[in-house]
Design a protein around this ligand. Sequence first.
Ligand code: C2E
Ligand code: MG
Ligand code: MG
Ligand code: MG
Length: 281
Amino acid sequence: QAKNEGRNRYSFFEPQMNRALQMKRMVEEDLRNAIASDQLLLHFQPQVSIDGASIVGVEALVRWPHPEHGMIPPSEFISIAEERGLIVPLSEWVLRRACEQARQWPGIKLAVNVSPIQFRHKDFVASVIRVLEETGFDAERLELELTEGVVVEDADAAEAAMMDLRAHGVSLALDDFGTGYSSLIYLRRFAFDKIKIDRSFLEYMEATGESAILVHSVVHLGRALGLRVCAEGVETAEQHRFLQAIGCHELQGFLFSKGVPPEEIDRLLTLERPFEQALAA
Ligand code: C2E
Ligand code: MG
Ligand code: MG
Ligand code: MG
């Protein structure tokens, strides 16, 4: 009898649904605590010059090593943090830690992801400037990665915040370019410095000629607008050769390195040709 009840109770939920609910509850309970007690971690993924020879920047990617549930990827907790009002403290923690860390890597850029909810917060620009002051990190080396979601809701406010950031020397990249709806209009209206071509374009590039044409067009468009163009998700030497041939500026992807702990960036920066092996393949 009891056994049956138990089975019935759980069978009401799809396993996935059940997991999603569990995740939310757990995140709510644990995330604030994790932020406060420094349990989150940052990994950094190199951004590489188009010849593949040197590291020109690093993108900070947040990680949550949960004591019971193992390493939880950002795709599973960022949106929940947004829903539950935890994105502001989380993002401040990320920006501060990333600046403290990257201060030790002179001469390269630091890219930090910004969630739309965080960006829309009225104190967002002030909080970025405060973190820069408190950490002593050079604003000219900071690049914020925004997605189209940042500008869709209140374009005027977004535009004002972006101008303000740029006036302080911070640069702006449009992340996941090509996955939204109105990218071309945004590129004309908003003051981006860089576009990052979403990795889904590269994923299908070998299979279909059309994807290669799209990537080529985006690179051409970006260059014509005076923007830098970074390709995300570069996994093969063939993709690298293609991107180099069409005039892309920067590369990011597993061909070079995944997101790694700061000690590994320390090590890569001591090497003269950090990706020699990848390029030889
Ligand atoms: P994103 O900003 O587009 O970051 C790139 C994601 O693609 C990272 O996943 C990275 O590990 C993955 N990636 C990079 N190169 C390759 C490749 O060659 N192949 C494949 N298959 N994947 C590659 P990750 O770390 O899981 O992050 C996922 C997303 O979570 C990020 O996408 C970003 O939108 C968000 N995110 C990460 N950290 C933060 C953060 O601190 N704040 C906010 N608001 N969002 C963050
Ligand atoms: Mg990003
Ligand atoms: Mg991206
Ligand atoms: Mg992406």
